[in-house]
Ligand binder design. Sequence first.
Ligand code: FAD
Length: 340
Amino acid sequence: MYLLQKNFPLKEKNTFGITVLAKDYLSVESETDLPDFFRKNNSAWHQKRLFLGAGSNLLFVSDYKGLVIQPLIMGICLTSENNYEVEVEVGAGVPWDLFVAHCVEKGWHGIENLSLIPGNTGAVPVQNIGAYGVEADSVIKLVKGIDLTTLEKTSFSREACKFEYRSSLFKVQLKEQFMVTSVVFRLSKSPDFKTGYEGLEHKIDQYGKINLQNIRKAIIAIRQSKLPDPAVYGNAGSFFKNPVVPASVAYSLKNSHPELPVYPIGSGVVKLAAGWLIDKAGWKGKSFGKAAVHDKQALVIINKGGASGTEIFRLSELIAEDVLQKFNIHLEREVQIIGA
Ligand SMILES: Cc1cc2nc3c(=O)[nH]c(=O)nc-3n(C[C@H](O)[C@H](O)[C@H](O)COP(=O)(O)OP(=O)(O)OC[C@H]3O[C@@H](n4cnc5c(N)ncnc54)[C@H](O)[C@@H]3O)c2cc1C
């Protein structure tokens, strides 16, 4: 069943907690709803549109004068199983961490390091989420959805999804054209723990031996100690991407700032820590109106309560301008800015 609502408040639908309205808001509960709706509503074709998950990677800077479509398709279904692995199909509307908890309970390995990442499963392949040395594309077998140019159901194999760092076919080439309705994951029944991430093994030790449950507990504890809970302070996680620069640029910067962390990632390029640059530029804990840079993690901008999207956006501009001036490094936003 689908439901269309006019002038729909989005405050509860974005983790920044920005008070804005969607001109039209459509919730869909099954994969046939979207084609049905478009066949019956010709005017919808002319509207701009936004597929919405849990709104944990978006910043609304004004009311949205188009059609917001939110898939609320639920269900976790074991579709195949052998001695070594399982395949599980998960509806786009299933909260991601609910699925991670389910897998840990069942003894299915592969996504335990992605515990507590906010958002819904439909956005997982779009964003190619990642954390603590694991990226979602390592466990995705198939992405299913509706292509709005044909209104047909379409599936993409892992190879066809063009996964990249926090990006995919769905985020770039098929943006606002393809709505993910479900994702099929392939998970292992035997352990292949990824505990190399700095400080993770030590944290796991506090809970006992290395197993799925203790990895999940350790990651939740680390995340909770570092990142603000969106229910307390609205935020969208890392606001900026870690800049990737030529090695020559990174090492000349390191000459003047020996403590600068540098992460060579091959082919003469180096990843820098955006949070370090922002912190070093003096922004940690600083406020701009009701927006602020988090006092524990400079990469996160928070809504202290009642901030507008433009206030948060302006703060991000001030930070990026300052980092450019001080270090000659361009910061690119990871959070998607959604305008009118
Ligand atoms: C506190 C916090 C911590 C975070 N930590 C991490 C982290 O460690 N690693 C990480 O990778 N991310 C992290 N994030 C970012 C965010 O959780 C992820 O990007 C998440 O996948 C977004 O999911 P969502 O459902 O909220 O998507 P939304 O923010 O609603 O949408 C994100 C994008 O996906 C598109 N989209 C959403 N659903 C669909 C669909 N069904 N079909 C087609 N397109 C769709 C939207 O149009 C938009 O372009 C964090 C965010 C917060 C608030």
